[in-house]
Design a protein. Structure first.
Length: 329
């Protein structure tokens, strides 16, 4: 165990128990990868296997709506370089979706294969919400969550493109800024009175609104959307007043939903939209833990469960759960 990282953990360790020899992590993004790296750095000498739905190795998501979308970088911030996982003895299975947990046999089923575990960590993250509106299946309508999403959008952010953004939260504001950097024409729509209203409040939201307008964003607050128009590909967004805003690219940024289907299918306890876990991130099954966007944690500092959709929380909880798997409490 690396003393510089885990010396405080050793002081709080509970009585020695038999450590697991096989740890499976479902979700090869920041939370899951942080757990895998911390296990390796903590001296774990059993097998660690990560199953990820994306074809890429683990990366951090914030640059997707910033440097990468702006064109200042061509790759995200990788959690580790490609050789690290093999060198650390971490098996990385990418492009594969886990579909079932067999709790009795302690198996995860993914793409027809079974992966045995002693302890299982769920780091399945979240999926962008889509709008159940007429025309929502037209091509040219995007969400932003993955590296592939970011690269595809960057290709569409070109001089003179017509971009409409539905939702003025962080994703909406950051994609608007990136599209304007590429000299696209941008309209941003939201039914609330100011951008980021639920995050920063009315006054700071007004400052963000002024900033976007100064940079050429056509910001229309208090505006609802009732559907999308086009034949095959989107050509416009229909507003609540019946008018249509022209668009060749639409970004929907209206939040995310936690990916709890795997946990629900395994009949784990759910709460507050996520997987119910205790302060150590252990679920209702003592051999299964959850981290990141899906973890509804019984937090020791609050009288209620806490579920946080933020990259720093996923990173911290990955390290936290690794320490507990190594024997901390």
């Amino acid at each position: 165990m690396n003393p510089s990282r885990f010396h405080l953990v050793r002081e709080s360790m509970s009585p020695v128990t038999t450590p697991p020899s096989r740890i499976v992590i479902v979700g090869a993004s920041l939370g899951g990868a942080s757990a895998a790296v911390a296990l390796h750095e903590g001296g774990f000498d059993g097998s660690v296997l990560m199953i990820g739905q994306e074809r890429h190795r683990p990366y951090e998501r914030p640059p997707l709506s910033k440097a990468l979308l702006l064109g200042d970088a061509d790759e995200p911030d990788w959690v580790q370089d490609e050789a690290y996982y093999a060198d650390a003895g971490i098996t990385l299975v990418t492009g594969t979706r886990a579909t079932r947990i067999d709790r009795e046999r302690r198996m995860v089923v993914a793409a027809g294969e079974e992966y045995a575990y002693d302890k299982l960590v769920l780091a399945t993250g979240a999926t962008p919400r889509r709008l159940d509106l007429p025309g929502a299946d037209l091509s040219g309508i995007y969400t932003l969550r993955t590296l592939d999403d970011s690269l595809a959008l960057r290709e569409r952010f070109r001089d003179g493109a017509s971009v409409v953004i539905v939702g003025a939260g962080w994703i909406g504001c950051e994609t608007a800024a990136a599209a304007r950097r590429h000299n696209s024409n941008v309209v941003m729509l939201d039914p609330l009175t100011q951008p980021l209203l639920r995050v920063v409040g009315e006054d700071l939201g007004a400052m963000f609104a002024d900033l976007h307008r100064e940079h050429g964003v056509d910001l229309r607050m208090g505006t609802g959307v009732t559907g999308f128009v086009g034949e095959g590909a989107v050509s416009g967004v229909r507003l609540a007043d019946g008018s249509v805003v022209g668009a060749d690219t639409v970004i929907v940024g209206v939040g995310v939903r936690p990916n709890v289907e795997l946990a629900e299918g395994a009949r784990l306890d759910l709460a507050d939209g996520g997987v119910a876990v205790d302060a150590t991130l252990r679920s209702s099954d003592p051999d299964i833990y959850a981290v990141g966007d899906i973890a509804a944690q019984a937090h020791p500092s609050y009288p209620r469960r806490v579920r946080v959709e933020h990259w720093a929380n996923a990173k911290d909880q990955g390290r936290h759960v690794a320490a507990n798997l190594l024997g901390a409490d």
